[in-house]
Design a protein around this ligand. Structure first.
Ligand code: ATP
Length: 364
C-alpha cells in the first residue's frame, strides 16, 4: 500500500513505505500503515524486528532511508523531535532526581513557557489522573518503581502531545506491578484521548491493552488487526506461533468456498475449518488453540488420538501435553472448574475433539 498525496489526513500518524537501512542491513522494510486518532496502537514483535527503529523515526530521533511520515496530516519525515507534536516514554524513564513529583510533571510545560497558573492546574490534574494527589511536593526518589513510572507518564502527557510513544515502558517492573500498570495505561489513554503507540515484545501485554496491533518480523508487518482478529484468525505460522499458544496440524484441504474449507486430518477425520483468502486446495497447516480442544469419550467426536505425556497444573487451567498417534505434539487446555485434580494422568490414551470452526488454516 502506498499513500496518495492526501496521505495521513484524519490520522494521528501515517507511514508511507517507510524504510530504514543500516549499511546493507534493512531494519525496516517499506512499512505503510495508519494509526487513528485516539487509538491505542501496538508494535509487537520479537527482539530485533525493527520496533524501536520504527518508533525512533516516528519520534524524529532517526530518519528513514526512504518513505514518508505524517503526523496529524502534516509530513514530518525530516523534522527534529521538538517540532513534532509527539512525546516519548522510554523504558528507563529517567526522572529528574533533584526535582519534586510536581516539578517533574510540570517540566515540559515550563519549557514551553506556559503561564504558571496553567502549569499548576495541569500538574494537579495529572497528579489526580495517576492517583498521586497530595504527593506533588515529595521528592521523586521517595516513590516506588511503579509510582515513578506513572510520574514519567504524567510528565510526557502534561503538554498534551497528539501522540505518545511508549518504548517498552513496563519492562523494568515486576510482573504484578506490570499487570497493574497495563490497566492504568489503558485507562490513561482512554481518559486523555491521546493516541498511544506502544512497543513491546510481550504478546500478552499487547493483547490486553491495544485497540490494534501490528505484528512485525524482520522489518515488515506480518499482520495488522484487533487483538481478537490476530488471535482467532492469524494470517500465517509466524503470527499464530507468536500470539498465544497454538497447536499446528498438517492437513489436506478440499472444498474451499466463502472463507471455509473441509480438511482431512492425519487421523483420517474430516472437519470444517476457517480458510484465509487465496489458499489453494492440497496440503496445508491448520492451527487450533489449546482451549478450543477437549478430551472426548464419544467416538463420533474424536478427531485425534494420542497418549498424555505431561499434566501441567496451572491453577485456573490444566495443560495436557499429548503425543499424537502420528508422533505430533498437541496441548489441550482444560479449565479447572472444580477444586482437585483434573482426573487424567500421564500415560493415559485419550481422544481429542474440537468444535467445527475452531480450526484455522494458514497461508504458510
Ligand atoms: P528489541 O526488542 O531487542 O529492542 P527491536 O525490535 O526494537 O528489538 P531494533 O532496535 O529496531 O529492534 O533493531 C532492528 C535491527 O536493526 C536490529 O538487527 C539492530 O541490530 C539493527 N540496528 C538498530 N539500530 C542500528 C544502528 N544504529 N546501526 C546498525 N544496526 C542497527
Amino acid at each position: 500500500m502506498t499513500l496518495n498525496a492526501e496521505a495521513g489526513h484524519g490520522d494521528a500518524v501515517a507511514l508511507d513505505a517507510v524504510t530504514r537501512d543500516f549499511g546493507i542491513y534493512r531494519a525496516v522494510n517499506e512499512i505503510s500503515l495508519s494509526i487513528a486518532n485516539n487509538e491505542f496502537f501496538t508494535l509487537l514483535g520479537p527482539s530485533g524486528c525493527g520496533k524501536t527503529t520504527l518508533l525512533r523515526m516516528i519520534a524524529g530521533f532517526d530518519w528513514p532511508t526512504s518513505g514518508r511520515i505524517f503526523v496529524a496530516g502534516d509530513e514530518m519525515t525530516h523534522l527534529p523531535p521538538n517540532r513534532r507534536p509527539i512525546n516519548t516514554v522510554f523504558q528507563s524513564y529517567a526522572l529528574f532526581p533533584h526535582m519534586t513529583v510536581a516539578e517533574n510533571i510540570g517540566f515540559g510545560l515550563r519549557m514551553l513557557k506556559r503561564p504558571r497558573e496553567e502549569v499548576t492546574a495541569t500538574v494537579n490534574k495529572m497528579l489526580d489522573l495517576i492517583h498521586l494527589s497530595g504527593r506533588g511536593d515529595q521528592s521523586v526518589t521517595r516513590l516506588s518503581g511503579g509510582q515513578q513510572q506513572r510520574v514519567a507518564l504524567a510528565r510526557a502527557l502534561a503538554p498534551r502531545p497528539k501522540v505518545l510513544l511508549l518504548d517498552e515502558p513496563l519492562s523494568a517492573l515486576d510482573l504484578k506491578l506490570r499487570k497493574a500498570m497495563q490497566i492504568e495505561l489503558k485507562r490513561l489513554q482512554a481518559d486523555t484521548g491521546i493516541t498511544f503507540i506502544f512497543v513491546t515484545h510481550d504478546q500478552e501485554e499487547a493483547l490486553s491493552m491495544s485497540d490494534r496491533i501490528a505484528v512485525l518480523s524482520e522489518g515488515s508487518v506480518r499482520q495488522l488487526g484487533a487483538p481478537s482478529e490476530l488471535y482467532d484468525r492469524p494470517a500465517d505460522r509466524f503470527v499464530a506461533d507468536f500470539i498465544g499458544e497454538t497447536n499446528f496440524l498438517t492437513v489436506d484441504v478440499s472444498d474451499i468456498s466463502a472463507g471455509a474449507g473441509r480438511v482431512t486430518l492425519a487421523s483420517g477425520a474430516v472437519v470444517g475449518a476457517k480458510c484465509p483468502q487465496g489458499l489453494a486446495a492440497g496440503k496445508a497447516t491448520a492451527v487450533v488453540r489449546p482451549e478450543h480442544a477437549q478430551l472426548v469419550t464419544n467416538d463420533a467426536d474424536a478427531l485425534l488420538r494420542g497418549t498424555i505425556r505431561d499434566v501441567i497444573y496451572l491453577g485456573t487451567d490444566t495443560h495436557l501435553h499429548v503425543t499424537l498417534s502420528d508422533g505430533g505434539h498437541f496441548i489441550v487446555r482444560q479449565q479447572n472448574l472444580t477444586a482437585g485434580t483434573c482426573g487424567v494422568e500421564a500415560g493415559q490414551t485419550v481422544a481429542i475433539g474440537f468444535a467445527e470452526g475452531t480450526l484455522q488454516l494458514l497461508k504458510d
